[in-house]
Design a protein around this ligand. Structure first.
Ligand code: P6P
Length: 334
């Protein structure tokens, strides 16, 4: 594909590569793209239309919802439910699986999403994003239930995110590499700008919330201590640190220039299983990172091999440059 090719064109080209493709997946991706364009326009307007700040409500995670969390969830949910390509939906912002109204056409996919990840940053104008994962729906089931969503990350048909930063960029994988498309605001079209994204295998940049240091387990403490020891330490090189508190921003940086992102288990969140959610944060980002040549683990295990037990399950997440994540993985094994 040529730089500048539209996302719509790329999706249709990709469809042609699959003999017998019905076009349903292309239509679903088109719906996801449309939803992200609307969310992007809402995020850009922000306070101009009074949609920043708290909605004074809580989601199933017990987290205070921002007005834009709810608006983004409504946009994504309504666009996909009327698009006719999904059999059910699930979201960070909805307690239960969303069943389509009886009269609406069902499709052969499930979609699970975090409609506005990192939204604690929205009021301070820092980059946020939408994360989504596409799964196959069970055949012949009118209203798939939670158990139908509980598929390992290796079962994902597609995964992606849309990052609302200085540029709005859609990053997608359907299992054939990772590609990035930048939104041309003047014409409302995503254009191919980052074909075949690959993550550098080595890095000198780690991302972790250092305020949790006293709660970490030994392997993570050892790894970070060695990064901080720099040239004089066992790693023999100095490291840099980043923490945006917006997973989409961290992952996009890592896809662009390498790095390692860590939200490990710690004694403070052990009873919850972790901070980040498996189905709509860890799994889609793990598919993207591994399709780009990186690695995504919980510490002891590869994220995409986990068999989910509940929709809003949390897991530890360590992902990024393959050789760096391997160091952390070895420390957990050793
Ligand atoms: P903390 C945002 O709420 C999020 O889910 C991720 O996007 C981000 O990496 C993490 O939580 C930030 O967590 O504890 O630093 O606020």
């Amino acid at each position: 594909m040529q730089i500048g090719t539209s996302l719509t064109h790329c999706l249709i080209e990709r469809q042609r590569d699959h003999a017998g493709a019905t076009g349903e997946f292309t239509l679903l991706m088109n719906d996801i793209v449309s939803a992200c364009k609307v969310i992007a326009s809402q995020v850009k307007k922000g306070n101009l239309i009074g949609i920043l700040g708290s909605a004074e409500t809580e989601n199933v995670q017990g987290e205070t919802q921002k007005k834009l969390d709810i608006i983004s969830n409504d946009v994504f949910t309504h666009t996909l439910m009327y698009g006719g390509q999904v059999a059910a939906l699930a979201s960070e912002e909805m307690d239960e699986v969303y069943h389509l109204p009886t009269q609406l056409q069902r499709g052969k996919y499930l979609c699970v999403y975090d409609p506005l990840d990192g939204s604690s940053n929205i009021d301070v104008n820092v980059t946020v994003g939408t994360i989504f994962s596409v799964l196959r729906a069970p055949e012949g089931v009118e209203n798939p239930s939670e158990k139908d969503f509980l598929q390992a990350g290796t079962e994902q048909v597609a995964a992606g995110y849309c990052i609302y930063g200085p540029s709005t960029i859609m990053v997608l994988t359907t299992g054939h590499g990772v590609h990035g498309f930048t939104l041309d605001q003047d014409i409302g079209e995503f254009k191919l700008t980052h074909p075949n994204i690959t993550i550098p295998e080595d890095t000198k940049e780690f991302a972790i919330n250092m305020s949790n240091q006293r709660f970490w387990d030994a392997p993570v403490k050892r790894y970070i201590d060695e990064c901080l020891a720099g040239k004089e330490g066992p790693r023999g090189k100095d490291f840099n640190m980043r923490w945006v508190a917006s997973m989409v921003a961290e992952v996009h940086r890592i896809l662009t220039r390498g790095g390692i992102f860590m939200y490990p288990i710690d004694s403070k969140i052990r009873d919850k299983g972790g901070k980040l959610r498996l189905m709509y944060e860890a799994n889609p980002m793990a598919m993207i990172v591994e399709q780009a040549g990186g690695l995504a683990i919980t510490g002891p295990d590869r994220i995409m091999t986990i068999k989910p037990s509940k929709l809003h399950q949390r897991v530890p997440v360590i992902l990024g440059s393959k050789n760096e994540v391997q160091v952390v993985w070895d420390y957990h094994k050793g």
